[in-house]
Design a protein. Structure first.
Length: 152
């Protein structure tokens, strides 16, 4: 029974992998204008609420931008041209995801730099503390005398 189970499992995994590859390679239909408009609106930041995309926001500004997207696509502009129009009008800020790869690397680099500085600070602090020497016989006698005077 075990001799059959392994080849069957391998064949099933290969078949599943082939189906996944076929699905990924299958050509998809070109998105409609409405789908393109939704995708573009999802990539743009709402100028009023700033925390939502134009697709999610219900403000008048977001509705106006959605109308402009539809109008520009109807005029024959490509999605890239529509995005470029809004970037030219509002600046790079309007995009929810920054274009520059530097923007994705700055936060992790800042965290790593902070960890490095903290580790350096901890290491520097340990070397600066001088080890305390144990008291000698005279010092021990003086400490004992002072403690006895305090207790009396």
């Amino acid at each position: 029974m075990r001799r059959i189970a392994l080849p069957v499992a391998v064949a099933a995994l290969l078949a599943l992998g082939a189906l996944v590859v076929l699905e990924l390679m299958r050509p998809s239909a070109a998105p409609t204008r409405a789908e393109q408009a939704r995708l573009i609106a999802a990539e743009l930041r709402c100028p009023d609420c700033q925390a939502l995309s134009v697709a999610e926001s219900q403000t008048a500004g977001a509705a106006a931008i959605r109308r402009q997207i539809v109008e520009q696509l109807a005029a024959g502009r490509t999605p890239e041209q529509v995005r470029a129009y809004f970037v030219a009008r509002y600046g790079e800020w309007i995009l929810l995801a920054p274009r520059s790869p530097l923007a994705w690397w700055v936060p992790p680099a800042a965290v790593l730099l902070g960890i490095g500085v903290f580790a350096w600070w901890l290491g520097r602090g340990r070397g600066a503390v001088a080890p305390t020497a144990s008291p000698t016989g005279k010092a021990r006698d003086r400490i004992r005398d002072e403690v006895e005077q305090l207790d009396a």
